[in-house]
Design a protein. Structure first.
Ligand SMILES: [Zn+2]
Ligand SMILES: [Zn+2]
Length: 423
């Protein structure tokens, strides 16, 4: 198969060129800048299109096993394929929790039989996510996990976190930390500030995240074990990470598309699709996150895709669950940041391709000849509005409903096979 006449974008190899790509036996066979010899083989006319490595979303909740009415491995993979995401890393807070190899094996076997894209499970740091006893990381690694995280919960006990860093590193497993000081945030439902007071909603102060960011940075410095901080939301968190990187602390981090594009103002209408943890912050925070992404302080963008059923979100703001879906709006959101800032296309795309691959130690995220042919083709000019009808996920709780985007995924290829084509 040939993909012809595209703008080829490969952040890992620093490639931004017009040309053709040859795919053979599920692998990238070659890239031909300026075009290839004529061939009778099957070809995709990609004039005017952009071709990139399939996206890697390193923070997804697939709700399977246990909450399949919200999402399951099959529906989550449909949404991923439609979003140009060819690898998903799914968190451990299922029911049962993925804290032992039998749950890991269930996810991997289920993905093999029903998923359109590659699914890589994350194992729990602690048994049942309770933060008291370390999980069976080694056995789960053998069964196929690629990282550990108690996401959904913070690891509150610093001593356990320190042991977890040592233990995870012996198996080469990156640790993904959800930074939240619980006593400071436990009753909150949105960002703490003048707006939360005005709306009569209890707040979650930025410092509840920043305290845990500081602790994790100190633990990483102390143990010399890398740590990855997920879904950072405040300017101060980024300043802490930036300083730590300068000091040589092995820290990496990600942010979500909703924290890059939206602010607490979205909560003014009490729309529960604007409720997630961490909460949407201020415009000053949002701008700092965008700058952090453009300047490489933020390594990755990940969705924290968190499906919830309509009747669960149809509650008062105080009572509705935290979390929003994001797989199908990841790429359009990144393109919006690129177009608005008119720079850094390869850097921005690196945040969803080669950077997560490097941090997780997995293959993929590039178009290097010989590597897996996971490819996303987009029409960069297509203007469209994201509506419920677009959503392939079982749940519809997106904060981007009604949002106008420029740039649309039109075809997604996994190991040389088309798994999504825009109709
Ligand atoms: Zn989290
Ligand atoms: Zn999460």
């Amino acid at each position: 198969m040939w993909i012809k006449g595209a703008r080829i974008l490969d952040p890992e190899n620093g490639i931004d060129t017009m040309g053709d790509i040859h795919v053979s036996h599920g692998r990238i066979a070659g890239i031909y800048p300026g075009g290839s010899p004529d061939t009778d083989a099957e070809s995709i006319d990609a004039q005017g299109k952009w071709v990139l490595p399939g996206l890697i979303d390193m923070h997804v909740h697939l709700r399977d096993p246990g909450f399949e009415y919200k999402e399951d491995i099959a529906s989550g993979s449909l949404a991923a394929a439609a979003g140009g995401v060819t690898t998903m890393v799914c968190m451990a807070n299922t029911d049962p929790v993925n804290d032992n190899p039998s749950v890991t094996k269930y996810i991997i076997d289920r993905a093999k039989s029903v998923a359109l894209v590659r699914i890589m499970p994350v194992g729990a740091v602690s048994k049942a996510l309770m933060g008291q006893e370390l999980s069976e990381m080694g056995l789960m690694k053998e069964a196929g996990i690629v990282a550990v995280s108690d996401d959904g919960n913070p690891v509150e006990d610093a001593s356990l976190m320190r042991s977890a860093l040592f233990y995870a590193s012996t198996f080469g497993l990156p640790l993904l930390s959800h930074c939240q000081d619980r006593p400071l945030s436990v009753s909150g439902v949105m960002n703490e500030g003048a707006l939360s007071s005005g709306l009569g909603l209890s707040g979650i102060p930025g410092v509840s995240e920043e305290i845990m960011v500081s602790r994790d940075l100190l633990l990483s410095r102390d143990t010399r074990v890398p740590i990855h901080l997920t879904h950072l939301s405040t300017k101060t968190s980024l300043e802490l990470v930036s300083r730590a990187k300068e000091q040589g602390i092995p820290v990496t981090c990600d942010v979500t598309p909703h924290h890059l594009l939206l602010t607490e103002e979205g909560v003014k209408t009490y729309d529960t699709n604007m409720k997630m943890y961490p909460p949407l912050r201020t415009e000053e925070d949002r701008k700092a996150l965008v700058e952090g992404l453009l300047h490489g302080i933020i390594d990755c963008v990940a969705t924290d895709h968190a499906p919830h059923a309509r009747d669960e979100k149809n509650l008062d703001f105080d009572l509705a669950p935290f979390g929003v879906i994001g797989l199908q709006t990841l790429l359009p959101a990144l393109l919006k940041i690129h177009f608005e800032n008119d720079k850094g296309l390869l850097g921005v795309l690196g945040a969803v391709t080669c950077n997560p691959a490097r941090i997780l130690g997995i293959d993929g995220g590039n178009l290097t000849p010989g590597s897996r042919a996971d490819i996303t083709i987009i029409d960069p000019q297509r203007q469209w509005v994201f509506t419920e009808e677009c959503i392939r996920s079982k749940s519809k709780n997106s904060p981007f409903l009604g949002q106008r985007f420029t740039g649309m995924v039109i075809q997604t290829i996994v190991e040389g096979q088309t798994v999504f084509r825009e109709s």
